[in-house]
Ligand binder design. Structure first.
Ligand code: C5J
Length: 220
């Protein structure tokens, strides 16, 4: 085990059994002109974490540790999207509707691709998830178990929705979870701050949080 300085106390990273999870760094959430932007969000907040997330991915690639990229994505016929999910959001701009980067949250559309700067490379796992959490209807738990993964390091967007949901799902399945706080972001700064506090509260009820620099320093 390698102790990473973190909150609420050092994170015991297990080098042979740790994977990175990068949540939903897809164009429709991050880029100007995408779905997030069209909902009136300030996407520059999310764009700003691309360099830290790229550095985190580079660190895992150097170590040769597994990387999982997720996308929030539905099938073109929306058969994997419950009506309750479709009915949310701005009238006239819902999942499956056509936005500036193709159909919103539909697999294969331009807006559903991971931003170029963080594009997966051969050998990395990419999962399309129909829910907010990465474990719902994806089969990823079984894959991680087969790979012997017990520790997950998290990055991506948005902190309080898909990142936190995935961490909570992972925590309930027994994974030791660490969130890299400068490689995650929300359209709402107060939600990011609250999500981070919730995760580390009560002795790490969901997991640990730390800045990228602590991971870089310890693994250098
Ligand atoms: C994610 C969302 N990725 N906020 N989705 O957090 O709907």
């Amino acid at each position: 085990m390698v102790d990473i300085p973190a909150r609420p106390y050092p994170y015991p990273l297990d080098p042979g059994h740790t994977a990175l999870v990068v949540i939903d760094m897809q164009r429709d959430f991050i880029e100007p002109g995408g779905f997030g932007d069209s909902l009136g969000n300030d996407v520059s907040r999310l764009e700003a974490i691309i360099p830290a997330t790229a550095a985190l991915i580079a660190l895992f690639r150097e170590e040769g540790w597994p990387i999982i990229h997720t996308r929030e994505a539905h099938m073109p016929d929306l058969s994997d999207c419950p009506p309750a999910k479709i009915s949310r959001g701005k009238p006239g701009l819902r999942i499956g509707d056509t936005g500036a980067m193709g159909r919103i949250l539909i697999a294969g559309e331009p807006g559903n691709q991971i931003v170029d700067a963080l594009a997966p490379i051969a050998g990395e796992i990419v999962i399309d998830k129909p829910g907010k959490g990465m474990f719902y209807a994806t089969g990823i738990h079984e894959r991680l178990q087969d790979m012997g993964i017990s520790h997950l390091v998290f990055a991506g967007v948005t902190t309080e929705v898909c990142v936190q949901t995935s961490m909570r799902e992972a925590n309930d399945r027994g994974y030791e979870c660490l969130l890299i706080e400068d490689a995650t972001e929300s359209y709402f700064p107060q939600f990011k701050a609250s999500a981070i506090e919730m995760i580390a509260a009560q002795g790490g009820i969901v997991g640990w949080v730390t800045p990228l620099s602590e991971l870089q320093k310890t693994l250098a």
